[in-house]
Design a protein around this ligand. Structure first.
Ligand code: ADP
Ligand code: C5P
Ligand code: MG
Length: 186
């Protein structure tokens, strides 16, 4: 199993760019946020806890998120995964490495100014319970506090690829593409 990771603050464009990477390079896209949102609507026992956590902009316990990711990996015939929005904390990262037993080959980090992230999230228009200004402010705080240690960890390991998320969707994708030169286009 080979995994790549895409990180960035809320609204930095992770989902948008992952969709393009997947199309060009044949990965299976696993968005941790999407898997958690799907779980809310599946009537599972954990749904209510997940909804409350997302509404507060906090991080869902790692065992819950990792087991959703693991289920998708096991159900897939692909062996290349692009994991979006995970790990969000050191606890997420350690749980992933323990349970999946693998480290990512490469970590993309979409760097975006906060004002631009806020603008994008408020314009997203997907009816998300966390795309309002109160929750966004909490998510930005959580991102700065918990996700940066993970980003620094991968940086120290030489796995981090920092990309400016400013510009049009196509412009950002053009900057990402060379990072994938080792993965041939499909
Ligand atoms: P994330 O997954 O990081 O939260 P999304 O990919 O959902 O971010 O993007 C957030 C919003 O910003 C979406 O409405 C998306 O269409 C828009 N968006 C994404 N990339 C760009 C860009 N480069 N310029 C302007 N808007 C963008
Ligand atoms: O990545 P996305 O913006 O879709 O994440 C939405 C929310 O899902 C986060 O703000 C957080 O509450 C939750 N989440 C999480 N753990 C992750 C990814 C997302 O708790 N690894
Ligand atoms: Mg997303």
């Amino acid at each position: 199993m080979r995994s790549l990771i895409c990180l960035g603050g809320p609204g930095s464009g992770k989902g948008t760019q992952c969709a393009k990477i997947v199309e060009a390079f044949g990965f299976t896209h696993l968005s941790a946020g999407e898997l958690l949102r799907r779980e809310i609507y599946s009537n599972s026992k954990k749904g209510e806890m997940i909804r409350d956590t997302i509404k507060e902009g906090k991080i869902v316990p790692s065992d819950v998120t990792v087991s959703l990711i693991k289920r998708e990996i096991q159900a897939s015939e692909n062996d290349k995964f692009l994991i979006d929005g995970f790990p969000r904390s050191e606890d997420n990262r350690v749980a992933f490495e323990h349970i999946i037993g693998a480290e990512p080959e490469l970590v993309l980090f979409l760097e975006c100014p906060e004002e631009e992230m806020i603008r994008r999230v408020l314009n997203r228009n997907q009816g998300r319970i966390d795309d309002n200004i109160e929750t966004i402010e909490k998510r930005l705080k959580v991102f700065n506090k918990l996700n940066f240690p993970v980003i620094n960890y991968y940086d120290a390991k030489g796995k981090l690829r920092k990309i400016s998320a400013v510009g049009t969707i196509e412009e950002v994708f053009e900057k990402i593409k060379p990072q994938f030169s080792a993965y041939k286009e499909t």
